[in-house]
Ligand binder design. Structure first.
Ligand SMILES: [Fe+2]
Length: 319
């Protein structure tokens, strides 16, 4: 994670304007206490105060909050920008005729609040660059000769995600979301498969996608993706979740678009959290050409058959 505040050297040609990271998600669910069980088992640090459950990684950064609500939905999604870009964003959004809102009650901030075309509340605020500044090349496998390389399972330790990598949302109109997040927030298309799925990155250097969209009959959350440092952590995380009763999911496999190794675990509300390892990286100032990939080549390189529940939009099913 990059330090915050102060002036940043321009990382884009022509001073292009764009958020640099996802800062935080806030979920509303009918039974927030289940979030503590699920995300605690997943490897996050869970704390409960002021009627909300906070979800952090080991070094203390808070990636999300879970609050009570009548039905499961994303309450809002916060994006981070550089300090010098916040007034530019205000002028930019107003120039596009995008209405700015007062902060959501209970979420005081000096950020900019707006609504996306699917009705999701968005905040743009000054905050730390949570997206990496460079590709984190994986460590090599333990491969020493004359040694026992694998530990006992009981000594493997708890898997702890390092950071939130991306959020994938269902939408009735993928094209409209690509257009909105390009124009309003300055995200850029990384790859897509027709009008079925699209992946977008941030222009100041980020994972292949910080935000992605999959077509569905209604808006909703498909998954939150959490970066882990090794392929082994993907497997150990999945096994630890299964041991705690969270057995439904999909993995181990490897995606094509983004290239990450994955294992998804279904959460108590029918969406997923993903253990992700070694996702592609798009540096700042990269002329990345988005491609439109055939559907059969867009999902996974290898892995078990995708289970039918993986494409169910649980939020649409609530209606
Ligand atoms: Fe993902």
């Amino acid at each position: 994670m990059t330090a915050i505040g102060g002036f940043h050297e321009p990382s884009q040609k022509n001073g292009a304007l764009g958020v640099h990271s996802i800062g935080e998600f806030v979920l509303a669910v009918p039974a927030p206490e289940k979030a503590a069980d699920f995300y605690g088992a997943f490897g996050l640090e869970v704390s409960d105060s002021a009627n909300q459950i906070s979800l952090a990684t080991a070094e203390g950064y808070r990636w999300g909050r879970v609050i009570g609500g009548p039905r499961k939905r994303m309450h809002h999604l916060s994006f981070h920008c550089f300090e010098e870009d916040l007034p530019r964003f205000k002028a930019h959004l107003e120039g596009q005729g995008i209405g700015l809102l007062t902060p959501a009650p209970g979420f005081d901030s000096n950020g900019l609040w707006l609504i996306d075309p699917d009705g999701l509340l968005i905040e743009i605020r000054v905050g730390p660059k949570t997206s990496p500044d460079s590709k984190a090349f994986p460590q090599g496998f333990d491969a020493e000769a004359a040694a026992r390389c694998a530990p006992y399972r009981r000594l493997a330790g708890r898997v702890r995600p390092r950071r939130l990598s991306h959020v994938l949302r269902f939408t009735p109109d993928v094209e409209r979301m690509i257009g909105f997040y390009s124009r309003a927030l300055g995200l850029r298309l990384s790859d897509r498969s027709g009008s079925t799925i699209a992946f977008m990155h941030a222009i100041h250097g980020s994972d292949h996608h910080v935000l992605a969209f999959a077509h569905s009959e209604a808006p909703g959350l498909h998954h939150l993706s959490w970066d882990v440092p090794t392929l082994e952590a993907v497997g150990l995380g999945a096994m630890a979740m299964a041991d705690k009763g969270f057995r439904i999911g999909w993995g181990l496999g490897r995606h094509v678009l983004g290239s990450n190794y994955f294992h998804y675990v279904r959460d108590p509300w029918g969406s997923f959290s993903e253990y992700s390892f070694n996702i592609d990286y798009i540096p700042a100032r990269t002329e990345w050409e988005p491609l439109d990939h055939p559907g059969e080549d867009s999902l996974y390189l290898w892995g078990p058959d995708m289970p039918p529940e993986f494409v169910i939009n649980a939020e649409a099913a609530q209606d």
